[in-house]
Design a protein around this ligand. Structure first.
Ligand code: PEP
Ligand code: MG
Length: 368
């Protein structure tokens, strides 16, 4: 685990005396989590759970879950994944030694977990007792023309609440076990992705809370937890006052927020953004550095509206911009509570947060 020592460590320690923004990390593994702690991360701001589902040992269960024809079959497949998912969180909580951990419920579209090669599709059909043609039809039925705007995030959890229930169980049981065995008092923050309609959140908040309460009763535990949401769909920022009635925290997903505000595909925009920069149409790549006058306005609105409902609402950012110094100046200026970035960006984020607090003006991010 890298540690910051010597003169660099000293500068970082000084910078911590000035900054008001907390710095968390985006981490999905115990290794990344402990690297980030070595760099001074004060928590996990985003644990993406989708990579865990791609693990080769659990992919067969994940595929059974997706292809199940009934809720019972789906629950059986999820029960196979639960112990592995619980181990994931135990490892991460231990590495974070009691610091806060935001775990995001499953986000990608389900067809991403299904095989693409014919031989793999044939093998899966044999394994599951389907005819190959039927398997192909099911896979085609799950494919979408525009998956990033499709059946993912909270939409998936609304269709299949059992997935959110399994993940909540793993998140809570792991926290209870880590507290009992290792004495780390983790307060998990359960984060629901891709909310754009208030009722999506109120529906899933109930699913998550009901499950969490069942587990607290089963385990006779009074462990605390929070339920919050990503702010990554422009509509969510416009109704952030309503959303804050339910959400206990917000985290801006500026990757999706940038994609949907500009209408640029985050996976394809690189092809023309270079041209745009050369021709003076865009000063920067908005996926790298926050677009203050557009996307930033939505961030500011989300913060203002959210805190109108809950003045102390904890609000962070976990998109790529959370590790970009210029963007960090902006996040400081709109009063975010923390930024979250990849482990190796944590030191620069700490420095940028301190500089933002010291300069205390907005000029540093306008390039003027
Ligand atoms: C985001 O959209 O900014 C985000 C953090 O989520 P993801 O990149 O996983 O979509
Ligand atoms: Mg996102």
């Amino acid at each position: 685990t890298p540690e910051l020592s010597g003169h660099f460590g000293q500068i970082m320690a000084w910078s911590d005396e000035f900054r008001t923004l907390k710095v968390r990390t985006n981490a999905d593994t115990p290794k990344d989590a402990s690297v980030a702690v070595g760099f001074g991360a004060e928590g996990i701001g985003l644990c993406r759970t989708e990579h865990m589902f791609f693990d080769e040992h659990r992919l067969p269960s994940v595929r059974r879950m997706i292809l199940s024809e009934s809720k019972e079959q789906r629950e059986k497949a999820l029960a196979e994944i639960l112990p592995m998912q619980k181990e994931d969180f135990i490892g991460i909580y231990k590495a974070m030694e009691g610091r806060p951990v935001t775990v995001r419920l499953l986000d990608p579209p389900l067809h991403e977990f299904l095989p693409k090669e014919t031989k793999d599709i044939e093998a899966l059909a044999v394994d599951m007792g389907f005819a190959v043609e039927d398997m192909l039809t099911i896979i085609q039925g799950l494919e979408e023309f525009n998956p990033m705007l499709g059946h993912r995030g909270c939409r998936l959890a609304i269709t299949y609440p059992e997935i959110a229930e399994m993940q909540t169980r793993a998140i809570m049981e792991a926290a209870i076990e880590v507290k009992e065995k290792y004495g780390f008092n983790v307060i998990p923050e359960i984060m629901i992705p891709l909310i754009g309609i208030n009722e999506e959140l109120t529906y899933l908040d109930k699913v998550v809370r009901n499950t969490a309460e069942v587990i607290r009763a089963e385990k006779k535990s009074d462990i605390e937890y929070l339920v919050g949401t990503m702010m990554e769909i422009p509509r969510a920022t416009l109704i952030a006052d309503q959303i804050a009635e339910t959400a206990e925290f917000f985290s801006f997903g500026t990757n999706d927020l940038t994609q949907m505000t500009y209408g640029f595909s985050r996976d394809d925009a690189g092809k023309f953004i270079t041209d745009y920069k050369e021709k003076g149409i865009l000063p920067n790549d908005p996926f790298q550095s926050i677009d203050v006058e557009g996307v930033g306005k939505l961030v500011e609105m989300g913060v203002t509206l959210g805190r109108k409902t809950k003045p102390d609402l904890k609000i962070g950012v976990c998109g790529e911009h959370g590790g970009d110094p210029k963007s960090i100046f902006f996040f400081h200026s709109v009063g975010l509570s923390y930024v979250s970035c990849s482990p190796f960006r944590v030191p620069i984020a700490r420095l940028a947060a301190a500089q933002a607090a010291l300069s205390n003006n907005k000029s540093a991010f306008t390039d003027k």
